[in-house]
Design a protein around this ligand. Structure first.
Ligand code: SDX
Length: 428
């Protein structure tokens, strides 16, 4: 393979280096394009063909449906690792030894208390506030209570910022749910594992002991692993570009939470359940919704289907679909929504519209069914996605800072008015 690409424009040829990644992906390095061609740039709405960075964290192969974190397959990690191990792997690049794992968890626990004044911010929200808006606000507010987390020029400062947010974020997630449920805001229990502690903080009733359910603990641990990172998706790219201005980690994460909220991205898991409920209320008429999804004049999309990168099955969706069956059976939950989802999937996978466009179920299609069986309200599903994605966002932000990436500032193609003279209002 040649190691350059040639671009001919206005009769002039320009050579640009080809760069190859460790999985044999190839990119044209256009860093010098504008200066070499006297101002010509590329344009690529949605960055469908544009790489924003080189990264060693997560590898996706959309055609083959492959997902690996730091070289480990998602299937192995979901089966054999726990969420904190995966968080350590994503952030620091290697699976932790027992000592490293225990120290990491101890450091996280030591920083997991959230300043009591943050409760006043939670109290100020109406119960009807969407949990993603609450979570994004509280995450940004953490900066005010942890000013040292902004200028993290040393790796030590960065580590302290990382363990602080890994300790405090689950508290914010729990407070967001407890606010909705009118329950007192309290703290977890440092004698518990990371995921057990999340569940206890979310669901403990003030007048009862909280009894852990291993089925739910294992299911949530697996779901968080499956959501932990996904290379340069919309919210991760947001975290990286906000962080590239050297805004602090918490402010960058708050921006990522807002990006994840959108129904085309992480908000899809909530939209999937709302869609499945609507189909159920409509007597299970999946054909009507399939027709709506295919109708160009109808903005309705089959939520939980399609993906920018996967043009094959999303490997996470496969794992979650099996887990949904297992968790509902273990919990003795009969949920007609699951049958509707399976029926919809079968129809879509046989329908030329979806087959031709390579639209398969994605991570959001089945996840909500498990969250629902766990007793998590629908508008909290994307908050659970954010909890899972937290270590990935942190890892990507840390990589961007350690690699000293330049501030993100894309160019544009101007298509507005050319120069014109000002007219006084009397003459308009
Ligand atoms: C996540 O990027 C990531 O990695 C994200 C994520 C992560 O882990 O971070 O994987 C998490 O966000 C998963 C995606 C969740 N979103 C949804 O489920 C919402 C429904 N899906 C779509 O809106 C859509 O598929 C996207 C947004 C996910 C991807 O859209 P693209 O890549 O921009 O594709 P497109 O909009 O150009 O669609 C191509 C064609 C179009 O039809 P034509 O114009 O060619 O005729 O496919 C159609 C679209 O209309 N299409 C759909 C569809 N998705 C695409 N038609 C009906 N239903 C759908 N769901």
């Amino acid at each position: 393979m040649s190691n350059t690409a040639t671009l001919e424009v206005n009769g002039q040829k320009h050579e640009f280096p080809l760069v190859k990644g460790t999985e044999d992906e190839v990119a044209i390095d256009v860093k010098t394009l504008r200066s070499a061609t006297g101002g010509i740039i590329t344009i690529d709405p949605g960055y469908k063909n544009t790489g924003s960075c080189e990264s060693g964290i997560t590898f996706l192969d959309g055609e083959k449906g492959i997902l690996r974190y730091r070289g480990y397959s998602i299937e192995e990690l979901a089966e054999k690792a726990d969420f904190l191990e995966v968080a350590y792997l994503l952030i620091f690049g290697e699976l932790p030894t027992k000592e490293q794992h225990d120290k990491f968890h101890a450091d996280i626990k030591s920083k997991s208390v959230v300043d009591d004044d943050v409760r006043k911010i939670v109290d100020a929200f109406p119960k009807s506030a969407h949990p993603m808006g609450v979570l994004s606000s509280l995450t940004s507010a953490l900066t005010a209570f942890n000013p040292s987390s902004v200028n993290v020029d040393s790796e030590e400062d960065m580590y302290n910022s990382v363990v602080k947010i890994l300790g405090k974020f689950p508290v914010l997630v729990a407070w967001t749910l407890r606010k909705k449920n009118g329950l007192p805001l309290d703290y977890g229990d440092n004698s518990l594992g990371y995921v057990e502690n999340v569940l206890k903080m979310m669901f403990k009733q003030p007048n009862e002991e909280y009894v852990q359910n291993k089925v739910i603990v294992d299911a949530l641990d697996k779901l968080l692993i499956l959501h932990a990172d996904h290379e340069q998706n919309c919210s991760t790219s947001t975290v990286r570009i906000v962080g590239s201005s050297h805004a602090g980690l918490f402010a960058s994460l708050s921006a990522g939470i807002s990006a994840l909220w959108g129904p085309l991205h992480g908000g899809a898991n909530q939209a999937v359940l709302e869609m499945l409920e609507a189909i159920r209320e409509d007597g299970g008429d999946t054909k009507k919704y399939m027709a709506k999804a295919k109708d160009k004049n109808d903005p309705f999309r089959l939520m939980g289907f399609g993906h920018r990168v996967y043009k094959n099955f999303d490997p996470r969706a496969k794992i979650i679909k099996v887990a949904a069956d297992e968790v509902l059976a273990d919990l003795g939950v009969e949920d007609p929504i699951l049958d509707i989802a399976k029926g919809l999937e079968k129809e879509a996978l046989e329908d030329p519209y979806f087959v031709d466009r390579k639209l398969y179920p994605n991570v959001d299609f089945y996840s909500g069914i498990i969250y629902r069986a766990m007793g998590i309200p629908t508008d909290m599903f994307t908050v659970m996605f954010a909890l899972g994605r937290l270590p990935g966002w942190i890892a990507q932000w840390r990589e961007m800072r350690l690699r000293k990436e330049p501030i993100g500032r894309p160019r544009q193609l101007y298509i507005g008015e050319t120069h014109r003279a000002f007219k006084p209002i009397s003459k308009r």
